[in-house]
Design a protein around this ligand. Structure first.
Ligand SMILES: *Cc1c(COP(=O)(O)O)cnc(C)c1O
Length: 360
């Protein structure tokens, strides 16, 4: 057992069992005498790994045959450009909801290639909530509609997925993929950097509806065209083999936990424990509006910067790491992704209670 709990927002903690499994196979993958890192991406051994990762990802997220799963590089940030380059095919218009830094970056990037309309924003509320959406305002001509399902920095989450009718719904799910059950068939495209809830940094998962592949703008670089990767089953060029292997181990771990529905239940309990404490506290306060609270990133604050610094430092001494809030928000943030066990949240809450008693 490791002696610390890591609340980092990403790269974030991975299950100890997954790390141990990887450690045991590190020098000799499946009796090949080679490390998984040394295998050709064209070898049968690696072929089994990537096919296994793909079929497991489809199984645990219930991905319908209408959608393709891709294993790419470049992080979620590359998807900020890849989405418009591939999906701007008719009107070259898109609707975006601005719910924080990541949405803003996605908006800025898409604006280089077409007409982007921010149809709702919570910027005026410091992104402490998800703005109300009025579907009569949605542009029926838009090529797609973009949301960020979970806002890692501000600790907010869409509790309801907008119904965009015929307009493909695109979601940046970097920080809450696999944490709750989503109906993938409702989305045109889902993307996620792996380093929050799936694997080490360096892998990006894209789930894209098949009819949205193959219409990229002429200026699209080959590597940024979904078609390139869909046709070659994510091995057009050398893929991030190690990360795909780690993702497969993580998907197996998800299955062993009882799948995404079980994880969702545990995640509700973990977040509930922490929010219940914050709501009852006379010293700490949760910063996101209740109805929009994230179950993955819990943002909270203390009355002064001195207390915040003290709290982060004392937590560290107790083995509760990386609780400092994002530099643009301040305060504290506990990222409690799938791999954070209930024991970690319990230890955090006991520590915060103690801190409250000592600093009232
Ligand atoms: C972390 C994060 C990103 C950025 O991911 P990279 O893989 O570093 O590009 C984008 N969107 C959300 C919601 C994130 O949490």
């Amino acid at each position: 057992m490791r002696s610390v709990f890591n609340f980092s927002p990403g790269p974030s903690t991975l299950p100890e069992k997954v790390l141990e499994h990887a450690q045991n196979q590190l020098l000799d993958y499946n009796g090949s005498g080679m490390s998984i890192m040394e295998l050709s991406h064209r070898s049968d051994l690696f072929g089994e790994v990537i096919q296994g990762a793909e079929s497991l990802s489809r199984e645990i997220m219930n991905v319908p045959p209408t959608h393709t799963v891709l294993f790419l590089q470049g992080g979620a940030s590359t998807q900020f450009a890849m989405v418009p380059l591939n999906l701007f095919k008719k009107s070259r218009k898109a609707d975006y909801v601005n719910t924080g830094n990541w949405s803003k970056k996605a908006i800025a990037e898409a604006s280089r290639y077409g007409a982007v309309r921010v149809i709702a924003s919570s910027e005026d509320k410091n992104y402490t909530c998800i703005p109300d959406l009025d579907s009569s305002q949605f542009d029926p001509d838009a090529d797609y509609f973009h949301i960020t399902t979970n806002n890692t920095i501000y600790g907010t989450r869409f509790s309801a997925i907008p119904d965009t009718g015929k307009t493909p719904l695109v979601a940046d799910m970097s920080s809450n993929i696999l944490s709750e059950v989503y109906d993938v068939s409702k989305f045109g495209l889902i993307y996620a950097g792996a380093q929050k809830n799936i694997a080490p940094a360096g892998l990006t998962i894209v789930i894209v509806r098949n009819d949205l592949i193959g219409n990229a703008l002429d200026i699209t670089p080959t590597m940024l065209d979904y078609k390139t990767h869909a046709e070659k089953k994510s091995v057009y060029n050398t893929p991030p083999c190690w990360n795909i292997y780690m993702a497969k181990l993580m998907f197996e771990w998800v299955v062993a936990q009882g799948g995404v529905p079980s994880l969702e239940k545990i995640n509700r309990e973990k977040a509930g424990l922490l929010y219940d404490f914050l709501d009852s506290s006379t010293l700490f306060r949760g910063t996101a509006e209740k109805r929009d609270r994230s179950r993955m990133n819990v943002t909270f604050a203390l009355p002064t910067d001195e207390l915040t610094v003290k709290c982060v430092r004392e937590a560290e001494q107790k083995g509760l790491l990386n609780l400092k809030g994002h530099r643009s928000v301040g305060g504290l943030r506990a990222s409690i992704f799938n791999a954070m066990p209930m024991a970690g949240v319990q230890k955090l809450v006991s520590f915060l209670k103690e801190f409250e008693t000592e600093n009232k």
